[in-house]
Design a protein around this ligand. Structure first.
Ligand code: MG
Length: 156
């Protein structure tokens, strides 16, 4: 299932996801230099943490790499686990066996949604390539997590 978000996106409690899994490069950290945390990422992580939602960062660079990235931006305490993206399943998607999750309980956030498991709930985000304070690529993820959109609130 790909989540297509209507005007009124489901809130976190409606989604009943107990775990959010974030890709790192190009998703929550810029892929070119790795020197910026994507705008909105910290707020989403804090929100999920406050709601006791399990958070995993996973990366093709490995679990240690993912943890170092999180530590660099001082959000590692908001992430429960770090994991590698390496094996592929029979559909050519990243295997999640090592994550010990039930797909029905999980939301993936990724700039390569086509790599996510078949049947998974995926929030596809545009690639975050380089530091950009105006980037709003995590807007849909924030809405889905139940965070108010500050930019829209200001405009009203
Ligand atoms: Mg990526």
């Amino acid at each position: 299932m790909h989540i297509s978000l209507p005007n009124e996106p489901p809130k976190l409690d409606q989604l009943a996801a107990t775990c959010w899994i974030f890709d790192v490069d190009g998703c929550v950290v810029d892929s070119l230099l790795g020197t910026s945390l994507r705008p909105g990422a910290r707020e989403i992580l804090e929100h999920l943490h406050a709601h006791r939602i399990d958070v995993i960062w996973w990366s093709a660079g490995g679990a240690d790499y993912a943890e170092k990235r999180a530590a660099r931006f001082d959000v590692d305490h908001l992430v429960g686990r770090f994991a590698a993206k390496d094996e592929r399943d029979e559909n050519g998607r990243y295997d999640t066996v090592h994550l010990d999750i039930a797909l029905v309980d999980v939301v993936f956030v990724d700039d390569r949604p086509e790599d996510m498991p078949v049947g998974a709930a995926v929030v596809a985000v545009p690639p975050y390539l380089i530091e950009n304070h105006r980037d709003r690529g995590l807007k849909r993820a924030a809405e889905l997590a139940g965070l108010p959109d500050k930019s829209e609130l200001k405009e009203r």
